[in-house]
Design a protein around this ligand. Structure first.
Ligand code: IFG
Length: 525
């Protein structure tokens, strides 16, 4: 019996006038466990005791944002079998489900929302469509877990009455998938995008190139994908790549979930796939063989050759044209085969090329050893909580995204027994993934310099969607909560109960996840 249930019983008795010696004065209306279980934790969420909205076969979704209405309808139709027509928002009192871009308080800003559930209506209000979308993710969690099933289920589709006012702490809440070490199809990437969207993630970082594989077709440099994309870790004969149409499809799929894709072309290191594809990119004019191992730091573009910058201009120019988001990620990590002076000169030139194509730069925090442009975002990935160069850059205006490898790297093993993943940054079970405050993490870096958080999944040991899900769930929701929820809600004792309530939803959705012994999963979840 979870402690909270006992509390609820006590409070209900008190409210019903029952006398429970020592209970003391009647407490606030009990938060239905559903409102207490929302992940990420909302700014405010209160249940209205005794009020329930029930989805029925004739329920209508009315909205002034058809795209979000149709998204919600698709989710609900799949498991309820109801028609759930989406209609323009009429005047007067909404009933059924209403998604409205009116009446939301200013605090909801760009991604927040207000949700009110009565016996007659579920009303979601926001100032932006993104807010309605994030509110829909909360609404899903107020319905029974079976709502997540991919096929029609029979049951009572009830939403407990209540009120939520919610908005994010940080603007950048990311997930990264390394599609270079192992290639994942468009469908596999879309599946993961769909899953992270449930936790209000709004950035999807695609690690498109590395030593082991180049994954995006570039016109005029066809061998990058056709040859450089032909291998992956442990497999000299198979790989894969996205055509530019494939990449556009991924960007569109993410955008429909209010997620911005951040594409990464790692440079000057982590470039063996490119170097193997074009001999002229190598300082000695000789192409190395393709690489299917898991070492890092042995490759470098030839920073002294003009052709290198023509290559960058073509690659980054085409990627910029395909990417609606404001940022291109240029990597910059582990350039152990590039001298510090060459590295700084190269990164500064790469930044200028990105800017020429109208985009801003995101890079691993190593880029602070060059001269970051004011708009350049540094993504911190080390295992320390102090880095003088990063703190200095932050104090000079560089904004940070935090991905500390010893908390946020989803390829770290949970325990020594975890069959997948690595352990160079330590073992990371859920409590450790959750146990840090992005707003006060790096010494000398104020919360105002932090744009948010990101959970990278490197795929040296990850081959399938089930592998992705095993490593991402339950830790991705932990990182997503750190990015969205107020620091005041941060408490492992409460979070682990909220996480436990997600288990039946992942099971209903047919997802794989790790049953960490740190979380009191319900029986059968
Ligand atoms: N570090 C490398 C990654 C990957 C990772 C695996 C960064 C920025 C170790 N660089 O993390 O390419 O190999 O945990």
């Amino acid at each position: 019996m979870r402690v909270r249930r006992v509390t609820l019983v006590a409070v209900s008795l008190a409210l019903a006038g029952g006398t429970l010696a020592g209970v003391g004065p009647a407490l606030a209306a009990p938060a239905s466990s559903a409102y207490a279980d929302i992940v990420p934790a909302p700014v405010t969420a209160t249940a209205t005791a005794g009020v329930t909205f029930t989805l029925r076969p004739d329920t209508v979704i009315s909205t002034d944002t058809p795209a979000v209405g149709e998204y919600l309808a698709a989710v609900l139709r799949r498991s309820t079998g109801f028609a759930l027509p989406v209609r323009p928002a009429g005047a007067g009192t909404p009933n059924g489900i209403a998604l409205l871009l009116s009446g939301a308080p200013a605090a909801t800003a760009d991604e927040g929302y207000q949700l009110d559930v009565t016996g007659k209506a579920v009303v979601l209000r926001a100032r932006k469509a993104a807010g309605l979308f994030e509110g829909v993710q909360t609404l899903r969690q107020l319905l029974p877990p079976a709502i997540e099933a991919p096929t029609v289920q029979h049951g009572q589709w009830t939403v407990p009455g209540g009120h939520v006012l919610d908005f994010p702490r940080f603007p950048y809440r990311g997930a990264m998938l390394d599609v270079s070490r192992h290639f994942f199809t468009v469908a596999q990437v879309e599946r993961y995008i769909d899953q992270v969207a449930r936790y209000k993630v709004n950035r999807f970082h695609l690690h498109l190139s590395d030593d082991q594989g180049w994954r995006i077709a570039i016109n005029g440099w066809e061998r990058l994908a056709t040859f450089g994309g032909g291998t992956q870790v442990g497999d000299p004969n198979h790989g894969g790549f996205y055509t530019q149409a494939d990449y556009r499809a991924l960007v569109t799929y993410a955008a429909a979930r209010f997620i911005t894709v951040v594409p990464e072309i790692d440079m000057p290191g982590h470039t063996n796939a490119a170097l193997a594809s074009y001999a002229q990119l190598n300082c000695n004019g000789v192409a190395p063989p393709r690489y299917t191992g898991t070492d890092v730091g042995f490759s470098s573009l030839c920073v002294s050759k003009d052709v290198t910058y023509q290559f960058l201009d073509d690659v980054l120019g085409q990627l910029a044209a395909l990417t609606p988001g404001a940022y291109l990620h240029i990597g910059g990590d582990e350039a152990q085969s590039t001298t510090p002076a060459d590295y700084a000169m190269f990164i500064n030139k790469a930044q200028a090329i990105v800017a020429k194509h109208g985009k801003a730069v995101q890079g691993w925090h190593d880029v602070v050893h060059a001269t970051p442009l004011p708009s350049t975002v540094a993504q911190f990935w080390d295992t320390t909580t102090s880095d003088a160069a990063v703190a200095a850059a932050a104090q000079h205006g560089t904004k940070l995204v935090l991905s500390p490898a010893n908390h946020a790297y989803l390829d770290m093993k949970y325990t020594a027994q975890t069959p997948l993943g690595q352990d160079w940054a330590g073992l990371t079970d859920v409590k450790k993934a959750y146990g840090w405050n992005p707003g006060a993490y790096l010494s000398g870096v104020p919360s105002s310099a932090v744009l948010g958080v990101e959970a990278p999944l490197w795929t040296e040991t990850i081959l399938t969607s089930a592998n992705i899900e095993f490593m991402a769930f339950p830790r991705l929701p932990a990182i997503a909560e750190l990015g969205w929820s107020p620091q005041s809600t941060h408490a492992w004792g409460a979070f682990k109960l909220r996480l436990a309530a997600q288990g039946p939803r992942w099971k209903a959705a047919g997802m794989t996840y790790y049953h960490s012994t740190q979380v009191p999963w319900p029986a059968g979840a």
